[in-house]
Design a protein around this ligand. Structure first.
Ligand code: ADP
Length: 228
């Protein structure tokens, strides 16, 4: 599903954020990416959804060799990937329904399909009754559930989640994790960067630790392994 071969990322200012990453993630895996601040976790995630370009090496995601992707193919590639952020990144002037439907409109899905599918994912994240609310009228956990609905609405094969529980209290975080686990169970590969020790130790999955731009640990049913 995802393969990186000797992947390097050097930013324009000369910072080597990744220094030779090799990893393979199979279909339907759930992977936590852990490590200290500045280790390269966000860069690793950004390369997967092609927010940043790699400097050296190869990345394959869902069968796409993403450094070779032509600009006109990028929308096809992006619909295969759902992205979730710590700060939700909803469009503030659009309703819950519109925020989710918009992700289907941009890929020019048929109108009647949009309505049905949007309500289906809002039902999955238990927010059907908030469909006409604005993001500012929702709690943080509810906003993150809208972001999850938006991330899955186009049926991506991979979800990339960068600190999805970073702004949430423990109980709400567990609700988000149960939802991600359910989505993974239904067949979506999930890569999640996190500093949440309780979640990593409490919901055991594969753990990949990055330090100084390198993978220093890769364990099935691993532990968080840091004190913070
Ligand atoms: P993490 O997510 O683990 O905190 P990052 O991937 O954000 O790590 O950062 C890895 C390294 O790359 C850090 O030294 C950071 O300062 C640097 N970095 C991140 N983004 C940029 C950028 N756009 N330009 C220059 N350096 C960057």
């Amino acid at each position: 599903m995802i393969e990186m071969q000797d992947v390097w990322k050097t930013y324009k200012n000369g910072t080597h954020a990744l220094r030779g990453i090799n990893i393979q993630v199979d279909r339907n895996e759930f992977v936590y990416v852990v490590g200290p601040s500045g280790a390269g976790k966000s860069t690793f995630m950004k390369l997967i959804y092609r927010e940043e370009r790699l400097s050296k090496g190869h990345i394959f995601v869902s069968g796409f060799n993403i450094e070779k992707l032509k600009n006109r193919k990028i929308p096809y590639f992006r619909r295969n990937i759902g992205v979730i952020f710590q700060d939700y990144r909803l469009l503030p002037k659009l309703t819950v329904y519109e925020n989710v439907a918009f992700a289907m409109e941009v890929i020019e899905a048929p109108a009647k399909h949009i309505k049905k599918r949007t309500m289906e994912v809002l039902d999955l994240v238990k927010l059907k009754d908030k469909a006409s609310s604005l993001p500012s009228q929702l709690s943080g956990g509810e906003q993150q559930r809208v972001a999850i609905a938006r991330a899955i609405v186009n049926n991506p094969s991979v979800i990339v989640a960068d600190e999805p529980t970073g702004n949430l209290d423990p109980e709400t975080s567990w609700g988000i994790m149960k939802l991600l686990e359910e989505i993974n169970f239904r067949g979506t590969t999930i890569i999640m960067a996190t500093h949440n020790k309780d979640i990593v130790n409490g919901m055991r999955k594969r753990v990949v630790a990055i330090e100084n731009g390198l993978i220093v640990r890769d364990q099935q049913r691993g532990e968080y392994g840091y004190e913070d």
